[in-house]
Each structure stands twice: as C-alpha cells, then as structure tokens.
Design a protein around this ligand. Structure first.
Ligand code: AMP
Length: 130
C-alpha cells in the first residue's frame, strides 16, 4: 500500500507544498514543532534513509539544503536545523525546522496554525526558494 507521503505526491491527499522536482518533494509538516517545519522527501518510496541509493541520498540532502535556504529567508531564525526520525511514517523524510534556541527541536512540542496560516506560509517559502 502506498505511504501517506506517496499519496501526497500523487495529489490524492492535500498538502501545503513548498517545492517539487522530478525526484523530490517538500511540504509543511501538518503538526509543526515550530512555525516553518518542512518535510523533504524523495518521491521514491523507501522506508529507511540509509537504504536509499547514494544518488538519491545525496540528491535529497542537496534538495533539503535548497529548501533550508529559502526557509531561512522567510522564518526568522538563527539556523535551520534538520532531523531524521521516520518512526511514524515509513517513507524517508528530512524534517527542517527554523531554530532560535536548543529546545526548539523538541518533537513533544507543537504550534497551532490555521489552514490560512499554513497556506500563506507555504506560498511565502515557495517564493523564497531559488
Ligand atoms: P516521523 O515519521 O516520526 O519522522 O514523523 C512523521 C511526521 O510526518 C510528523 O511530524 C507528522 O506531523 C508528519 N505528517 C504526518 N502526516 C502528514 C501529512 N498528511 N501532511 C504533513 N505532515 C504529516
């Protein structure tokens, strides 16, 4: 069965998209740890990041780097942090999170955002990505 993220890529489940290439896709996390929490995924459905072939592994990180640069322009932060967990969704994803203090990268904390806020933030980030 297709993962929830493959369904997002296929357009079967809605998302707040920020970028897409032929191989990779980025969208806002629906339950953000901080404002501007983005997920970067390969379109190819692989569960565990270290099972990716080298080209996809490197390509995903270069894609995430591009997204992080756009994200930093939009969400004021000291740095954009990244994390790989993958316990909930068995489809490789890199979490990108704008950070202003060490505790910002805390998966037990979440921020509330309205669908209008998600929508306008995704568009802002998309416009800031080179
Ligand atoms: P993990 O697999 O533990 O790295 O976490 C999966 C992440 O995917 C969580 O941060 C969820 O909030 C996020 N997530 C799950 N479903 C969706 C969805 N439909 N759209 C956006 N983010 C999602």
């Amino acid at each position: 069965m297709a993962s929830i993220f493959s369904k997002i890529v296929a357009g079967e489940i809605p998302c707040y998209k920020v970028a897409e290439t032929d191989k990779f896709f980025a969208f806002l996390d629906i339950n953000p740890v901080v404002r501007g929490h983005v997920l970067c995924i390969p379109k190819q459905e692989v569960d565990y990041i270290f099972d990716l072939d080298d080209e996809t592994f490197v390509g995903l990180h270069l894609f995430a780097k591009r997204i992080a640069k756009g994200l930093k322009k939009v969400c004021s932060c000291i740095k954009v942090g990244e994390a790989v967990v993958g316990i909930d969704v068995p489809h490789v994803h890199i979490h990108l999170m704008p950070l202003n203090k060490p505790g910002d990268l805390n998966f037990s904390h979440h921020v509330e955002m309205s669908s209008d806020e998600f929508d306008s933030l995704a568009k802002e980030i998309a416009a800031a990505i080179d």
